[in-house]
Structures are given as structure tokens and as C-alpha cells.
Design a binder for this molecule. Sequence first.
Ligand code: DAH
Length: 391
Amino acid sequence: MRECVTALERASAACNALSCNLRMTNEGIPNLTAFDDAALDKAFGALARTARESAATLHSDAAVEAFRLEWLGRKQGRLNEVSDRWLKTAPPEARKAVGQRFKVLKELIEELLDGASGSAPSDGALAAEAIDITLPGTRRLTGAEHPITRTMNEIVAVFAALGYSVGVGPEVETDYYNFESMNFPAGHPARDTQDTLVIAGQDRKPLRDRLLLRTHTSPVQMRTMEQQPPPVRIVIPGKVHRNDAADATHSPIFHQVEGLCVDVNVTFNDLKGTLDHAMKALFGSSVKTRFFPSFFPFTEPSADVQISCIFCGGKGCRKCKDSGWIELLGCGMVDPAVFAFAAEKQPAYDPRKISGFAFGMGVERIAMMKYGISEIGSFYAGDMRFLGQFT
Ligand code: DAH
């Protein structure tokens, strides 16, 4: 507010000074009675001072033009009058002294005109430019990691700390990597559980080359093994697609983190210890794990990992359907048939010499549990009220 007032005051002062000087024009230039140096200095000095004061108040194109006319105007300009009254009437011996001072005054006026910027704010512009500091500022939103990215990074970080590296693979995948090399033979009923979205126009290709949207991150296990001999310790975060109807807990596009560990003498006990540690790191050290027999074509034996319910501590509640346990991920020992596919490119994957375990978890499911989110759709809706809670 103070700044506002100051700007207005300045504008009105400028206005006064201008009209005051214009009035002086009408008063004209007095005749000189003495032409000695002191009298000339006094007379020219007074004009120079007036010009300076007046020039300091020029804040618009119109004011600059008025100033130019006032001093340099052909007929009624002040310098013209000075020339008529002081220069032309000067006694011959004083001509030079008057002429020199006249020249200096003219240069001064021209300098002042050069310095006066017509683009300087006009009185109106000054007021418009004034800042009202009582108004709220422009709010800039804080950027933040999306909760899915954040959860994915947290999971990856747990395994990175155990010495795992991170890999990625394509979302548009071939039938071979998504199914065949993962030990889902053509026509195997387990393929049906994956609700696959296929790319159109692939029918003329051999089955193994047909493109589809990967239904899981497991094909990157095979891509990794083909690229490097054992030992392998890798986690693979990524997006997967299934022809699933969306509901509160399902989305046709979601995310997984895959894990693969292959070395000599890797046992089911290593698998249990690794995943028990990972679940404690993600959900808190009081969480317990249990391994429930399951089936996946690419692991034998296979298990579902359950964690003690993080909502009731295992006593039984609505969230865990009174069981005290929540199913969270799949895992198992890598099936020798999978190693046989890898050995086609990397003979070191000889199931008689090496062994390994694999696991795969759904990122959305873990994020929903960690942050108490009940609708999977909240992740994708782009609602700032939801996303803003993760800044
Ligand atoms: N690929 C499985 C799925 O999407 C998850 C999974 C289960 C991955 C067991 C694994 C595993 O690596 O060993 O349902």
C-alpha cells in the first residue's frame, strides 16, 4: 500500500512541475542589462537550472515533446528568444562570451532530451505498475514422486541394498518371452489366467514371434539370463497389461517388481530369508511372513507369500477377512525347464550346476496397503487432492 501511495505522489509531483515550467515559458526571457561574465553566468545558470529541473519530471512521450518545443521550438522556443534578446543585442566585445554560453546551454538541452526516455512510465502506467503487496502471491505447486513410482523405488532400494542390480524390458513382448520361455507351452491352461491383450495382425507369424502386451515382468528374467551368465541378482520394475475389468482393486494396466537370483547352491531357505527381510523392510520389523504352496509354470516349488495383517497385527479383521494374513506376492525356485531355455543362449545355466529363486509382486497392491488406499483408480485419476498428499 505504501508503495502505491509513493507512486501516486510521484506522479502528481511530476504533473505540477511540468505545468509550472510551462507557465514560466509564458513569462518569457528578460532583457539583459549587463554583459559582464558574472551577469552572463548568472543569467545562463538560472536557465540551465530551470531546464534541469523540468527535464527531471519528464515521464511520458507527450511531456518530452512539450519540453522540446518549450526550449528548441523554431519560433517560440526559449533558445530562440535567448538568441534574439541576448546574443543578437550583445555589444560586440561580449558576443563571444554570450555565444559560448549559448552553445553550452543548447548542448545541455539536447543532452537532457536524449536522457529523457519517452518510454518511462506515464502517470497512468505508474499507477498500474504499482504492486499491492497485500494480495496473495502466485502459488507454485511442489512437484512430487507419484505414489506408484515412490513405492516401486522403495521396493527396488530394499533389494539394491542386498546387492541386486536393476533391469528393464519391453512392454510390447513376444509370445516366446512372455509365455513359452517361462514354461507356458502353447495351449497350456495357465495362459488363460493371464487375460492377455494381443497386438492385432500377428496371425501369419509363428506363435513364438507374435507380439502382445506383456502380462507380467517375468519375461525379463529370460532376457536377463540370455544377456549374462550366472551369478545373477536382479530386480525388474515395470508396467504390465491384462484384459481385466477395472474394479476397486484391479486395473488393466498395473505395475510389478520382478526378482531373480541365480547362483550355485541357492536354496528355498535363501528365498525365504530374502523375502522375509524385504517384507520387514517395507512394512516394519514386526511383520511376519509365511509361505503357502502355490503354482506358477516357471517355478517349482512355487509359493504365495503372506504377511501378518498390518492392520490388526494378525488378530483378524475385515481387511484380512479374519484370517490374520494378507497374500502379497508369488515366488518359487526357478523351474529347470526355464534354465533349459536360458541355456540355449548361455550354456552356464545348467540346472545340474546352478539353482535360483524368483519372485514377483504387484506394486499397486503394496502401495494401497502402505498408504491405506482403497480404490486402485485413485492412482490414475490425476486428482491433485489425492496426489498432493504425497508431496
Ligand atoms: N509373474 C507372476 C504373475 O504375474 C508373478 C510371479 C510369481 C513372478 C512367482 C515370479 C514368481 O517371478 O516366481 O502373476
